[in-house]
Design a protein around this ligand. Structure first.
Ligand code: P6P
Length: 346
């Protein structure tokens, strides 16, 4: 029998996979599928710039300072505009909330309103752009809680447990799109010659831990429980032997490596900046979307006291400590904090 010269059964594009995923959602109307397409396209556009950032006039800083008090990198701004411009006119969304903007973005009157809300960090780790280090985009998709009419900010303040889908795009040695819609975690690698994300990591499950990822430079500012936990991970006092420390300084990249190789990432609450007592990372568009991925891959994400996915954001830019990766290692830090930190403090 002559084999079909082009066995396209192994070439699964993200479009084909999402459509097959849609079968799990009998009531699906295809809108969520199309939002994921839109984000995949945004990822290709941003990847085209990040891979040339060193050459194109897109490195460096703008004069803007964002809500986080951080200087906006040119690539940040480009990524933010790319995602909003590719999604705000489609009639699929009712609003967008970006790390780059103090307030959420309503859909312009000239465009139709949809029933989903998009939250995103357009370029996580952007300070690493200048040093050719990996960066990423993180996104989460919620259903709006209101009926029709204008969206209110309270509709964005939903716990991660309510996420319909979430994912990230990792711009590194290759560009990967990783997402979950509640039926497992699936990774796609961009084939730049074809311009398509092709299924490369179906049904990702986090393997036993090899790494731990934390910025040890801040160890003096952590609680007793977190310091003891860190020593446990380093093998002291009957702790775990054989874990390696890997820390890139880009959440998406550190998380992605730990998801595929096994490990725990944490950014604890610390006392180094009185303005940021609960740590640097944001709940809505960083911790919660990755927590959904982690749990779908058999891992877990905590704020040190309990599941990240159960925390209701108090504001769009609500900050939270984050411990995410292998379930046993994340549950272990909750034990250390419970036992050693008086108020079970964050
Ligand atoms: P630090 C990048 O700026 C970021 O928001 C995350 O991507 C990363 O995990 C963290 O900050 C790194 O922060 O304080 O260790 O440089």
């Amino acid at each position: 029998m002559v084999r079909d010269p082009v066995d396209n059964s192994s070439i699964i594009t993200i479009e084909r996979h999402i459509l097959e995923e849609q079968a799990f959602h009998p009531k699906a109307t295809g809108v969520l599928t199309n939002i994921l397409y839109d984000l995949a396209l945004a990822g290709k556009v941003i990847a085209s710039k990040t891979s040339r950032a060193g050459l194109a006039e897109i490195l460096g800083r703008t004069e803007d300072i964002n809500i986080q008090g951080e200087t906006v990198m040119k690539l940040d701004r480009f990524a933010d505009l790319t995602i909003s411009r590719l999604t705000d006119h489609t009639g699929r969304l009712a609003g967008l909330a970006s790390e780059e903007n103090a307030e959420f973005m309503p859909i312009p009157d000239k465009y139709p309103m949809g029933k989903y809300l998009l939250v995103f960090d357009p370029l996580d780790g952007s300070s690493n752009v200048d040093y050719n280090m990996p960066i990423g985009t993180i996104f989460g998709i919620y259903k709006r809680t209101g009926e029709d009419g204008p969206v209110s900010v309270s509709e964005f303040l939903q716990p991660g447990r309510k996420l319909v889908a979430s994912g990230y795009i990792a711009y590194g040695t290759s560009t990967m799109f990783v997402y979950t819609a509640g039926h497992g975690v699936h990774g796609f690698t961009l084939d730049p010659h074809v311009g398509e994300f092709l299924l490369s990591h179906p049904d990702i499950k986090i393997p036993p831990a090899k790494y731990f990822s934390v910025n040890l430079g801040y160890q003096l500012y952590w609680s007793k429980g977190v310091q003891a936990y860190t020593e446990y991970l380093q093998g002291r006092g009957g702790g775990i032997k054989g874990l390696s420390l890997r820390y890139i300084g880009t959440l998406v990249s550190d998380f992605h490596r730990n998801l595929l190789a096994g490990g725990v990432f944490y950014y604890p609450a610390d006392s180094k900046d009185p303005q940021l007592p609960t740590g640097k990372l944001r709940l809505l568009y960083e911790a919660a979307p990755l927590a959904f991925i982690a749990e779908q891959a058999g891992g877990y994400a905590s704020d040190g006291l309990g599941p990240i996915l159960d925390v209701k954001p108090s504001s769009l830019h609500h900050r939270t400590p984050l411990y995410i990766g292998n379930k046993d290692l994340v549950e272990k830090v909750e034990e250390f904090i419970r036992d050693l930190d008086s108020s079970g403090s964050l």
